[in-house]
Design a protein around this ligand. Structure first.
Ligand SMILES: Nc1ncnc2c1ncn2[C@@H]1O[C@H](COP(=O)(O)OP(=O)(O)OP(=O)(O)O)[C@@H](O)[C@H]1O
Length: 243
């Protein structure tokens, strides 16, 4: 359902050419929960941004549910992104002057969803992330973990097939990080496909599948990981230590 074949991404600045991804290949199946790890600067965010159609790729083939993304116009790509993708960022990206309800409502308005449907979705999503009683609060009145849960509710309200998360727990202490991870696991169990970039090895190990990006490519030892498989975890750790 998400397939990348030989995807490359070159950033060209005045003097420097950076190959952020080179011949990157990945197949993601419906309902997977994938943790993406790898050294700083290895191309994880670039991969996620291309998967979410936030930025173009330089060459290769990217198929999303039988749509060849490389052939789409800017508007078609934006439509597909709105239909299928939800984003969660490390910095939450909430609008400080809007309350939680309004924060979740903004992208729904943008998508032309009618008021009654918006209300239903917002209430349902706030309930799901355990913040139904806080709808009128401003983001600054919440803890970091709660703000991230609002950001997750905002992403969920769009009913995305794919939830893409870039360091969703990067600004959180370990307890809040675990709570956010549990929420993502529940959302995955309900059917959303999740791809999460993280530096947190403990959280990565909880995901059913781990992949590692090294020098813009999937590392050879990228594995299908079973939660109970300690030997696989040990190999991943060893590989990371060697990078
Ligand atoms: N807009 C840009 N212009 C030029 N180079 C860029 C740009 N964005 C990323 N890069 C370069 O592409 C490479 C991959 O960056 P990317 O942000 O994808 O890495 P990352 O694995 O997410 O890193 P980190 O873990 O530190 O966030 C890096 O060398 C980076 O400097």
């Amino acid at each position: 359902m998400l397939s990348m074949k030989n995807i490359s991404k070159v950033y060209q600045t005045e003097k420097v050419q950076t190959h952020a991804l080179r011949d990157f290949n990945l197949e993601v199946k419906e309902g997977e929960f994938i943790a993406v790890t790898g050294p700083s600067g290895s191309g994880k965010t670039t991969f996620l941004n291309i998967a979410g159609m936030l930025e173009p790729f330089s060459s290769g083939e990217f198929m999303l549910d039988d749509v060849n993304v490389g052939t789409l116009s800017d508007n078609e790509r934006a439509d597909l992104r709105n239909q299928k993708i939800g984003f969660i960022f490390q910095g939450f990206n909430l609008i400080p002057d809007l309350n939680l309800y309004e924060n979740i409502e903004v992208p729904l308005r943008y998508r032309g969803i009618k008021a009654a449907e918006r209300k239903l979705r917002i209430e349902e999503c706030l309930e799901k992330v355990g913040l139904a009683s806080r709808a009128k609060h401003l983001p600054q009145q919440l803890s970091g973990g709660q703000q991230q849960r609002v950001a997750i509710a905002r992403a969920l309200a769009g009913k995305p097939r794919f939830l893409l998360a870039d360091e969703p727990t990067g600004n959180l202490d370990s307890l809040m990080a675990r709570q956010v991870m549990e929420l993502l696991e529940n959302i995955n169990t309900e059917g959303s496909t999740i791809i999460m970039v993280t530096h947190d090895q403990e959280l990565a190990r909880r995901a059913p599948r781990n992949i590692q990006v090294v020098d813009g490519q999937l590392a050879d030892f990228t594995l299908y990981q079973n939660k109970s498989s300690d030997s696989v975890s040990a190999r991943v750790e060893q590989s990371i230590a060697e990078v």
